[in-house]
Write a protein that binds this ligand. Structure first.
Ligand SMILES: O=P(O)(O)OC[C@H]1O[C@](O)(CO)[C@@H](O)[C@@H]1O
Length: 428
């Protein structure tokens, strides 16, 4: 279960402004449902859930099981929506240290040559048994032409070709059904391929093979993740109220001049989930001179860097706390005979309990300091709740963007840097 508490945000908004935004959110939800808003040809992230394809989950599961049995390392090569969702779920649900399956590494999400150099150096080191590492790679690119991903893939593919005889079994491609350079390589090498549906954009694609294959290779139950998103879809079709209220308050705050939505969590393993949210909202709402900048911070670490700014800087931000109610941890504070560090007052308390009080205190302080706060609470960190979270935010994004009257599903602005870069690189 995820609870959304908007009370500490709504108190900053006048009743009339909230009601106006709420009416907009209602109409926006109808546009999503009736498929008559801008970019409605991109609503495939809903069809996936209204008409689930269990055969694909089966296929992904069995390939992932085979890879888990043989791989020491699994590389996810992609950028933006082609890796952020997988990373968000994997980081949220995997142990901090060590794993019983392959190590998941990432490439193709930047252009650091040093990173690639060091990555290859690491792949060439023997595994824990002193043997050569068994490496698998999943290249993920809807367009099949994104420079960061394509370049890293070229280097890693060539390295794998030199190293292994069976690269057509070690490299899996996730791309569009047709077109793009990646489809040419698939034809040439016979790499196994998963298709990204045409009507699902990158940032809405985590519940397609884009996210699900890496997530399954990480040993996470993709059925629980996927089917809980399906349940959330059904629940919100029936009763969209939580999303309407959330979108309304966010929109009313935007209208009131809030320019930043700071996503914060006190659980470091959710840092990448905030990164996924950043792209989902940022690429969807930031257009036609509109939108709130989606920022992220991980507390309490960042309370010691950004906390001052949030508490007393310009009052132009709202904050969204992502909270987890119960954690599986047993670290408890023990009393010491001589209380030199003065911590005996915390005797018997768990770190989670102390961390939760830090969250409560921060929420209170920021709210009192003039920051409207939304609080999202997940009872636990598990695949079900993360699945629910994913659909909740996908729908919120669409509804809220329609309130702003922007097309949530395109990203024309991203092309500008590419044009300049390609010109400088001399691409014809
Ligand atoms: O999957 P692709 O086509 O490589 O694109 C990766 C990312 O790049 C963008 O298209 C922006 O350029 C994102 O929207 C997308 O998630």
């Amino acid at each position: 279960m995820i609870e959304i508490d908007i009370s500490r945000a709504r108190s900053f908004v006048k009743e009339r402004a909230y009601n106006d935004s709420y009416e907009k959110a209602k109409q926006a939800f109808e546009q999503v449902k009736q498929r008559n808003g801008a970019g409605s040809e991109w609503l495939g992230w809903r069809t996936l859930l209204s008409d689930p394809n269990d055969a694909i989950l089966e296929q992904l599961d069995s390939l992932a099981t085979a890879i888990r049995e043989d791989a020491d390392v699994f590389i996810v090569c992609g950028i933006g929506g082609s890796y952020l969702g997988a990373r968000a779920v994997i980081d949220a649900l995997s142990p901090f240290f060590g794993t019983d399956g392959p190590e998941i590494l990432y490439a193709g999400n930047q252009m650091s040559g040093q990173y690639l150099d060091e990555l290859i150096g690491y792949l060439e080191e023997p595994n824990a048994e002193g043997e050569s590492k068994s490496v698998y790679l999943n290249v993920i690119s809807k367009s099949g032409t994104t420079l960061e991903t394509a370049l890293s893939f070229r280097i890693l593919r060539n390295w794998m070709e030199d190293r292994f005889d069976d690269i057509s079994e070690r490299i899996v491609c996730t791309t569009s059904e047709e077109g793009g350079a990646l489809n040419e390589l698939i034809k040439k090498h016979g790499f196994p391929k998963f298709i990204i549906p045409d009507d699902v954009g990158g940032r809405f694609s985590v519940l397609t093979p884009v996210g699900l294959l890496p997530i399954a290779v990480a040993g996470i139950d993709i059925r629980s993740l996927f089917y809980e998103a399906v349940s959330k879809f059904e629940a919100l079709e029936e009763d969209p109220e939580p999303v309407l209220e959330y979108a309304a308050v966010k929109h009313a705050l935007y209208e009131q001049g809030k320019a930043i939505d700071l996503f914060t969590t006190f659980e470091p393993q959710l840092n990448a989930l905030s990164g996924w949210l950043q792209q989902l909202l940022g690429e969807s709402e930031g257009k036609e001179n509109q939108g709130m900048f989606p920022a992220k911070a991980t507390y309490s670490t960042d309370l010691h860097s950004l906390g001052q700014f949030v508490q007393e800087g310009p009052r132009n931000m709202m904050e969204t706390f992502i909270q987890v109610d119960s954690m599986n941890e047993q670290v408890e504070v023990q009393a010491e005979d001589e209380d030199h560090d003065g911590l005996n007052y915390l005797e018997g308390r768990s770190f989670h309990d102390i961390n939760s009080r830090a969250l409560e205190g921060t929420l209170q302080a920021h709210h009192e300091g003039g920051v409207p706060c939304v609080v999202l609470t997940l009872d636990k960190l598990n695949a079900q709740h993360i699945g629910e979270f994913i659909y909740l935010y996908e729908l919120l994004t669409a509804v809220y963007c329609y309130c702003l009257d922007v097309n949530p599903f395109n990203q024309p602005g991203v092309e500008f840097y590419k044009k300049e870069m390609y010109q400088l690189l001399g691409k014809q």
